[in-house]
Design a protein around this ligand. Structure first.
Ligand code: UFG
Length: 348
């Protein structure tokens, strides 16, 4: 059951620490205590931005954003959002707060339409009411559905297979209408397979439950998962397992920073596909993970997971050309950094 009117914990301000320096620019990261959001907060701070996080901590971790001002609240709570925005003067909002499990979205679509669609509209409306006219939105490759061509460029037809993908596409469309009507400028960034951890080992992925390939194989390597299952080895790919375009979380964050600069200079809405353009199969990932962790895995092959396309690879040309984005990290570094983080396992 979804409770919309009742938010047991909200509007608790903590982690409040104001530095003495005059802030360069003030930005808000909604969902900033989550996996990608917390890396973004760290990057923005390192670039001199004053950052405030709005997060309900349902999936995020306050420990990930120590020394950052955190407002605990839900995007389903308009009152909390209004109170939050009334306290600040943000130049831009980064919107990372969403539910992300494709399978769960199929079994419980209501949850996804509430959180991802209604929550996003609440956020946009409260931004508009406060006069904030820039947003960077976390979208997904799932908006495209089964690829009709590969790699996938921005003009590829959008036909999401899951409620999760539909919610993200709906918000992208809403953003276009809000630009026309209210002058809200947005950049939608469609992630392919976000992965990896901070190269210095200080931040990483902590989902509960974890459903993603790389953290799951590494949890198996560190004996936190007894076994590991491949979902299907009968795809029409060279080794029969699915191919994905894994993009390092640090490279994703660089793209967000470039998107912010693009909005500052051009004040124009855009959407970009974010991937390296290089695909790796599930079997390849397992091989690399075994090498890096120096462990050998106990692997079971199961039947296909419903809704998994065989190959998903991004055409990142537009982001490279227009944003000047240049992803640095390859798959070995992605897995090595994720392994460094897995070995720490600090928060649970
Ligand atoms: N896989 C396994 N075993 C596991 C987990 C995953 O074999 O235990 C396989 C999947 O079947 C898939 C590949 O590993 O072939 C990657 O799976 P992930 O769950 O890590 O990632 P997805 O490609 O399913 O999901 C990503 C994003 C979603 C986005 C989706 C678009 O995480 O947010 O791409 O299709 F919606």
């Amino acid at each position: 059951m979804i409770s919309l009117g009742f938010f047991p914990v909200r509007k608790i301000l903590f982690n409040r620490s104001r530095c003495n320096m005059q802030p360069q620019k003030s930005v808000c990261v909604v969902g900033g205590a989550g996996y990608i959001g917390s890396h973004m907060v760290t990057l923005l701070k390192s670039k001199g931005y004053t950052v405030v996080v709005f997060d309900d901590l349902s999936n995020g971790h306050a420990e990930a954003i120590k020394d950052v001002e955190l407002f605990q609240g839900s995007i389903l709570d308009r009152e909390a959002l209004t109170e939050f925005f009334s306290q600040y003067d943000f130049e831009c909002v980064f919107h990372f707060a969403s539910l992300i499990q494709v399978g769960e979205s199929v079994s419980n679509p209501s949850l996804y339409y509430q959180n991802n669609v209604v929550g996003s509209i609440n956020l946009l409306d409260c931004m508009i009411a406060r006069g904030i006219k820039k947003i960077i939105f976390s979208s997904t490759a799932a908006i495209f559905g089964s690829p009709l061509r590969s790699p996938i460029d921005e003009d590829h037809p959008k036909s999401p297979l899951s409620p999760y993908g539909k919610t993200k596409l709906f918000v992208e469309e809403t953003l276009k209408d809000y630009d026309t009507a209210y002058g809200l400028k947005s950049i939608s960034l469609r992630y392919f397979n976000a992965a990896g951890a901070a190269p210095d080992g200080m931040l990483g992925e902590r989902h509960n439950p974890e459903t993603h390939l790389i953290p799951l194989v590494l949890q198996h390597a560190s004996n936190r998962q007894e076994s590991f299952s491949i979902f299907g080895d009968d795809y029409s790919t060279p080794d029969g397992t699915c191919i994905r375009d894994y993009i390092h979380v640090a490279d994703l964050c660089d793209a967000h920073l470039l998107a912010l600069k693009f909005l500052e200079v051009n004040n124009r809405s855009e959407a970009f596909n974010l991937g390296t353009g290089v695909g790796h199969s599930v079997a390849e990932i397992i091989d690399i993970a075994q090498t890096i962790s120096e462990k050998s895995f106990d692997i079971t092959v199961l039947s296909r997971r419903p809704g998994d396309p065989s190959v998903l690879i991004a055409d990142g040309t537009k982001a490279r050309k227009i944003l000047g984005w240049d992803p640095k990290w390859g798959i070995e570094e992605i897995i090595a950094h994720a392994w460094g983080w897995e070995k720490k396992f600090p928060w649970q």
